[in-house]
Design a protein around this ligand. Structure first.
Ligand code: RB5
Length: 148
């Protein structure tokens, strides 16, 4: 599997640990930064990763302090579905029912044990389609001009 990853300064350490896990599992990961502890703005990374995920059909991994800011930023990108996860069940369902293409963690909320399990659950799950497709389609139509 191919991944794009990103974080702000608060998420850097957890992002690096999670990237190492993905590579152990045989996946390819491109890290779009940040790569230092210098303070940066999470929207820059949420946007950059989400745009590449959508354009390339890859999966995305995002981390900030809570996960909220970088998830909200990613979800401003059309066709991005970024899911904030605090456990493996939520992560698995985000993929199976919501067709999430990015998973997001808060480094000040979860450690690498919980986040790693959730990442594995997300990675190994797939979208179920069926009744969930209609709901995802409705979700993605929100905000679009009526009739377009
Ligand atoms: C940075 O201090 C922090 O605000 C950021 O990482 C994130 O938690 C925002 O949602």
């Amino acid at each position: 599997m191919r991944w794009l990853a990103g974080s702000d300064h608060a998420g850097l350490a957890l992002k690096c640990e999670l990237i190492a896990l993905l590579r152990e599992w045989g996946d390819t990961v491109e890290d779009l930064g940040t790569d230092s502890s210098e303070s940066v703005d999470y929207p820059d990374y949420g946007r950059a990763v989400a745009e590449r995920v959508v354009a390339e059909g890859a999966l995305g991994l995002l981390v900030c302090g809570t996960g909220n800011g970088i998830a909200m930023s990613a979800n401003k990108v059309a066709q991005a579905r970024a899911a904030l996860a605090t456990d493996a069940f939520t992560a698995r369902m985000a993929r199976m029912h919501n067709d999430a293409n990015l998973i997001v963690f808060g480094a000040r909320v979860v450690g690498v044990g919980v986040a790693g399990d959730a990442l594995k659950a997300f990675r190994d799950a797939s979208f179920e389609g069926g009744r969930h497709q209609k709901r995802v389609d409705k979700m993605m139509a929100i905000g679009k001009t009526e009739g377009s």
